[in-house]
Design a binder for this molecule. Structure first.
Ligand code: 3EB
Length: 336
């Protein structure tokens, strides 16, 4: 009879078998960079920080509570590099890339077209051509009236820059506004050697099919994406708000919008579990959430509600501008 081998001695910090995202106190940054498997590290807030490592990205959104960093650990030691305006790292199965560019003459459409064209070119030659997840951060996202609104111009520029737009292969995404007054577009992403499986939310109209009233170019993202198994990545949930169908709900109530948003995130988990029944059934310890709150005055109350959630999903609460003026809160997640 085969008996189990003696358990190995516990080591303090076992290397993850696959990708892992987590939040940590900001003072752990240098330790994170010393780990050869660190794929990327994100800081939050408008305080000036410098770091030469291409794996570092500072997102100038103020956070509620003590300073946290987000750490992505890969499954193997990473390689890093800089290629023009693209900074990248990969662990052999997943690539992190980032582009930060100034808006020429405060033209967000031109900046988006430039960033996405650069990204498209880079993807064709980097060995990790399949976009899984995009993050987009820009100043004053809901500034401007009607089709001149900066978010709508961003959507136009994004499509102009993309070399191909396959609605069956859109990445999950976040697009969020900053309040720092700096006309610089920040784009970062995860891509892989094989394509993932985009998912839609049965409670919501697909963003790429939003009606004309929301702008001349519908937004190019999927509601969530199941990455290819070889990457070890969790379910990637797009920035999610209190939208049902295509209509914003509960105007004026951050409390009701937050609950509707959580319902939408759960709906994405339910959808993903049809294909991946091994995923945890609820948001909880297996989730990593980023909570964006439009009005600074609501930060503490949103954080208090988040702290009450069953399963205590790890999260950060950031002061940020959601893409529709009436939306007060948005949450993105990794889950698995
Ligand atoms: C929404 O559901 C809210 O344009 O990349 C969420 C996630 C939103 C991504 C994007 C926009 C984007 O329509 C806004």
């Amino acid at each position: 009879i085969h008996s189990a081998a003696a358990a190995p001695a516990l080591i303090s910090s076992p290397a993850p078998a696959s990708f892992r995202a987590r939040y940590a106190p900001a003072h752990e940054r240098d330790a994170a960079f010393a780990d050869p498997q660190t794929l990327a590290v994100f800081g939050f807030g408008t305080a000036h920080t410098t770091c030469a490592d291409p794996r570092w990205l500072q997102v100038p959104l103020d956070e509620h509570g003590p300073a946290q960093i987000e750490i992505w650990q890969g499954a193997a030691p990473v390689q890093t590099g800089v290629d023009g305006t693209v900074r990248w790292s990969h662990d052999g199965s997943v690539l992190f890339g980032a582009i930060e560019i100034e808006e020429p003459g405060s033209d967000i459409e031109a900046a988006a077209a430039d960033a996405y064209a650069t990204l498209s070119t880079f993807l064709t030659k980097c060995g990790f051509p399949h976009l899984l997840r995009m993050w987009n951060y820009l100043d004053a996202v809901t500034e401007g009236e009607g089709d001149a609104e900066r978010y709508r111009r961003f959507c136009v520029g994004r499509v102009r820059g993309l070399q191909s737009l396959d609605e069956a292969a859109l990445p999950a995404a976040t697009c969020i506004g900053r309040f720092d007054g700096v006309r610089r577009l920040q784009v970062y992403w995860l891509s892989a050697r094989e394509a993932g499986t985009p998912l839609e939310n049965p409670r919501q109209v697909s963003a790429f099919r939003y009606p004309r009233q929301y702008g001349p170019q519908s937004p190019s993202f999927s509601r969530a994406l199941l990455p290819p198994a070889a990457t070890g990545l969790p379910l990637l949930q797009s920035g999610t708000a209190a939208i049902v169908g295509h209509v914003s709900q509960h105007t004026g109530s951050w409390q009701e919008q937050l609950e509707e948003t959580l319902t939408n995130l759960q709906s994405l988990v339910d959808t993903a579990r049809v294909q991946r029944p091994d995923l945890p059934a609820q948001l909880g310890a297996g989730s990593v959430l980023k909570v964006y709150v439009r009005d600074a005055v609501n930060l503490a109350a949103v954080a208090a509600r988040m702290a009450q959630l069953p399963g205590s999903p790890p999260h950060v609460v950031l002061h940020a501008e959601v893409c529709r003026a009436e939306l007060l809160v948005e949450i993105e997640g990794m889950h698995g």
